[in-house]
Ligand binder design. Structure first.
Ligand code: MG
Length: 390
């Protein structure tokens, strides 16, 4: 946690939180954001992240990132930048650990397919049999902490602070923001309707997320054999740091050269965010959190690093996320989600009893979204008799 007096005036201060949906007395020894972080760590959804895919499916290897290790890396990067910028480390940690709680099994493939299933269902179902929201993983993360966790006697969800929930809802379609806003005016969806910025801690988590996945997807890509360090030399950000690593250690090669390249790249990106953001904060001099929310996002990469990061992302899209081997797995993963969705929709008896009144399709989406990769595979095997990845 930040030391005493170490928070900037524009940082989130737990003593001035906009509060929880259900008022609770303060904890005697922890701030509101520390308590949020602890609630996330003790949640069921958090433990499930260990068996959820980042890029490579959980059963493909023991050393690839999962959603859990990704979230820990985001928290580490976020905390270290927060301290330098005098932002609230505990809030950054709470948001980072919770930011992927709504992810489906099988990474983006699972999420895209679940959204396709929900959208197709809404198009043919009678009103009342669907809610029209589709499926968005950021919204699902919020749904997990607001509704789906069942741990407390007095309320559904984890009853987190506004600032933590605001950070968790990183993106939201305009249509869904309007729906959320009509259910709960002036809550975390409002900013998407008037183009407001979230807290600096939330902005920082988005940057930490991007820095983390760019770096670890290179590492996992090379580990999988789908990428090589030689091939990565066309990406300027990597080639520059590879040259830097070799200049300092001419005999370096193999995995240590890869790790040193990634380490140098991570450092440069972290320092770039800190330096750029510090300069922008000095220039804009927001008086408080309200000023932060009213202005354009203040944290970010320098324009040069933004370009470099974009080049890296484009490379990863072309050569890793769309690699034929990854695409083949993606297709199978989508078919698992599609099959499960159809079966649970038509045979509600296969689902655990719903704990809330809502259209059946939403219960199906919640159930599938909560699954780990291996649970989804086991369910598919139970219901359809064959292992989808055999
Ligand atoms: Mg993430």
């Amino acid at each position: 946690m930040n030391g005493p007096g170490a928070l900037a005036p524009y940082a989130c201060d737990p003593a001035h939180s906009r509060g929880r949906r259900y008022p609770e007395p303060d904890a005697p020894t922890r701030t509101a954001y520390q308590r949020d972080r602890d609630r996330v760590i003790h949640s069921t959804a958090f433990r499930r992240l260990v068996y959820k895919t980042q890029v490579f499916l959980n059963h493909e290897g023991d050393l690839f990132r999962t959603r859990l290790t990704h979230s820990l890396e985001v928290a580490q990067l976020g905390r270290s930048m927060a301290r330098s910028l005098r932002l609230n480390e505990d809030l950054v940690e709470a948001i980072a650990l919770a930011h992927d709680l709504g992810h489906t099994p099988f990474g983006h493939a699972g999420q895209d397919e679940l959204n396709a299933c929900m959208t197709a269902h809404a198009a043919r179902a009678a009103p009342g049999q669907h809610d029209g929201w589709g499926f968005e993983h950021n919204l699902q993360s919020l749904r997990v902490v607001d509704e789906l966790e069942e741990r407390y006697p007095a309320f559904d969800g984890l009853n987190l602070c506004f600032e933590t929930r605001e950070g968790i809802l990183k993106h939201c379609s305009r249509a869904n923001a309007q729906r959320l806003h009509s259910q709960r005016p002036n809550d975390v969806a409002a900013r998407f309707l008037h183009n407001g910025a979230p807290s600096l801690e939330a902005q920082l988590c988005n940057l930490a997320d991007e820095i983390a996945y760019n770096a670890h997807d290179i590492d996992d890509g090379v580990r999988s054999g789908l990428l090589s360090l030689e091939q990565l030399r066309v990406v300027p950000l990597l080639d520059e740091h590879r040259a830097q690593a070799l200049a300092a250690h001419p005999a370096l090669g193999g995995r240590r050269l890869l790790f040193e390249t990634i380490r140098l790249m991570l450092c440069q990106q972290v320092y770039d965010v800190i330096d750029t953001s510090r300069a922008r904060l000095q220039a804009a001099a927001p008086a408080d959190l309200a000023a932060v929310r009213a202005s354009a996002p203040l944290l970010g990469f320098s324009p040069a690093m933004r370009t470099r990061s974009q080049e890296l992302k484009t490379f990863l899209h072309q050569h890793l996320y769309r690699h034929p081997q990854v695409m083949q797995t993606t297709e199978r993963a989508r078919s698992v989600v599609r099959d499960l969705f159809a079966r649970y929709l038509n045979q509600p008896g296969e689902l655990p009893p719903p704990s809330q009144r809502q259209p059946h399709a939403r219960s199906v989406a919640d159930y599938i979204a909560g699954m780990t990769d291996r649970f989804a595979i086991r369910e598919h095997q139970r219901l359809f008799g064959s292992h989808p990845f055999a």
